[in-house]
Write a protein that binds this ligand. Structure first.
Ligand SMILES: Cc1ncc(COP(=O)(O)OP(=O)(O)O)c(N)n1
Ligand SMILES: Cc1nc(C(=O)O)sc1CCOP(=O)(O)O
Ligand SMILES: [Mg+2]
Length: 225
């Protein structure tokens, strides 16, 4: 059974931690376990970049991180790698605009898989919704050092535009999100924030995660309950 039914994805998106081995100052298993202790609500394994693990080493790290998530009922999402997601029975996948279309992913992953799609424009968002995405990642909100090919940062403009159009799909903001910036993104209408470096690189992963949760709970709009 998946850790979460896709109907509950909105609540799970509250604090979406994304990480691969290259993002961590400490052992990735330790970083994830501290982030879980701090209160993350969903995790994405994004093993990407020049020194990223590949092959069996990538598979083994994914399995170890997934086991940790399963023990704490944290949904485990795989970035980009559909074969890996299927091989380990992940709860879902996150894909970008140049990846396999949602309709084909749905056939391969089944009706309960969480499928997240990155959207940078209203048109991309509408297409992903029509194709059956469960949530959208909107970014980069602010400049980021964690993605080499990130687009130009766009602030909260698209989030506000989507909500103003009455689009209710679960949304998560991404890109350069730090503690002091979370409130303004939440006020724009997202269900949660996605974070790599502000958590993975923190001196105390657990403390900063706890502070994110507090900030989110104080500023969440609750698009739908
Ligand atoms: C939650 C979330 N939102 C956006 C992204 C970015 O996905 P993508 O555009 O496919 O870029 P890469 O992460 O693959 O470099 C994401 N991963 N997660
Ligand atoms: C993985 C990713 N996707 C983005 C997008 O805009 O789609 S920005 C980004 C990196 C986010 O990392 P950090 O929290 O360290 O800025
Ligand atoms: Mg991608």
């Amino acid at each position: 059974m998946p850790a979460i039914h896709s109907d509950n994805i909105r609540h799970a998106l509250k604090l979406y931690f994304i990480m691969g081995s290259i993002n961590c100052k400490a052992n990735p298993l330790h970083v994830l376990s501290e982030a879980i202790a701090g209160g993350i609500t969903i995790f994405q394994f994004r093993e990407k970049g020049p020194t990223a693990l590949i092959g069996q080493a990538k598979f083994e790290l994914a399995k170890q991180l997934q086991t940790l998530c399963q023990a704490h009922r944290i949904p485990f999402i795989v970035n980009d790698d559909i074969d890996l997601a299927i091989a380990i029975g992940a709860d879902g996948i996150h894909v970008g605009q140049d990846d396999e279309p949602v309709s084909s992913l749905r056939k391969r992953l089944g009706p309960h898989a969480i499928i997240g799609v990155s959207a940078h424009t209203l048109e991309e968002a509408q297409q992903a919704i029509q194709d059956g995405a469960n949530y959208l990642g909107v970014g980069p909100i602010y400049p980021t050092k964690s993605k080499d090919d990130a687009k130009e940062s766009q602030g909260t403009r698209l989030i506000e535009q989507l909500r103003a159009q009455g689009i209710l799909i679960p949304l998560v903001g991404i890109g350069g999100i730090t503690l002091d910036k979370a409130a303004c993104i939440l006020h724009a209408g997202v269900d949660g924030v996605s974070v790599i470096s502000a958590i993975a690189q923190a001196d105390s992963v657990r403390d900063v995660t706890t502070q994110f949760i507090r900030e989110i709970e104080m500023n969440q709009l609750n698009v739908i309950d």
